[in-house]
Ligand binder design. Sequence first.
Ligand SMILES: [Zn+2]
Length: 359
Amino acid sequence: MNYIVFDLEWNQSPGGRYRENPKIPFEILEIGALKLNARRRIIGEFHETIKPLVYRTMNRHTQAVVHMDMEALRQSRTFSPVARSFLEWCGEDYIFVSWGPSDLFELQRNLDYYHIQYRFPKPLLYYDLQKLYSLENLDGKKRPALQEAVEAMGIAQTRRFHAAFDDAWYTAKIMQNMNFKSVQEYKSVDYYHLPESKEEEIYLDFKTYSKYVSMSYPDKETALKDKTVTAIGCNRCNLPVIPRIKWFAGSGGNMYYALVQCPRHGYVKGKIRIRKAQGDEIYIVKTIKPATEADVEDLQSRKAAVKERRHKKLEKEKERKKLKREKTAAATHTPVIGRRGIGRRKKNAQTGEEQAPQA
Ligand SMILES: [Zn+2]
């Protein structure tokens, strides 16, 4: 199998968000790629610039970064023929490699915009070299710029940055120079085409963790009601686990955490990320991995913090309501009536039923 190490340059609406075409917020202007064989030797090159059809002038932020001018681009072929040549050049048996996840996403969005047929596997797995580099050299979470990695690896900077072919070339050099085999297992899943049904949902098992990607849901409440979304077991065996901390929301509301205990492998933690799909829908990425003692403590304190925050919020709300009541009372010169008194006697206008006192 070959590796297609590629990089794209794109333009965005020169008139800002307000003038952008939501079907193609980033218009690809250049494709640069190198083909590497299974031994990571370069066996082919692809490079072509593209004549833009959507945004005819450069966004000033784009202009500041890329080395392209519109005059020259107008001499190029349009996206459709270039993309077809590129896909043909890729061949049959290959896996994409890119620095970060966005190039593969935007490539597909541009292909769809121009109704170009392509048959990528489903799920589409690829190598995010930025992530692999981080796993090997950093904490696995940081996402360094390409130039940073090039510098750290002592690769001679004989080319420019932010030019598609040169960036692809640097990415290939990093891939050749790093201990690729040690992280080769950690393929990424492309999120452009999400699973369309429960049957298509994605389950990946790695040495150190497992990953689940759901279909899309109208909202997170619906998603969290789905038992497959919240299921959590040991990532190394099928023994029944003991629940330790039930799923609870992190501070932003887009992350959920849980802890269970496997009788054989010890603590196992789960993390649910709520991610935005196309339109208003959302989908779930869940990871399950062994938890260390420090992880357990961290989860416990995080849960306590959430509880504390909720408690404070409630207290504040109570205080605010009390003040409001006192203010209204003062304004109308009526004596302050206890909450209980109001709640008990208030009748529902529609049903005539007595309402339960509020909290
Ligand atoms: Zn286990």
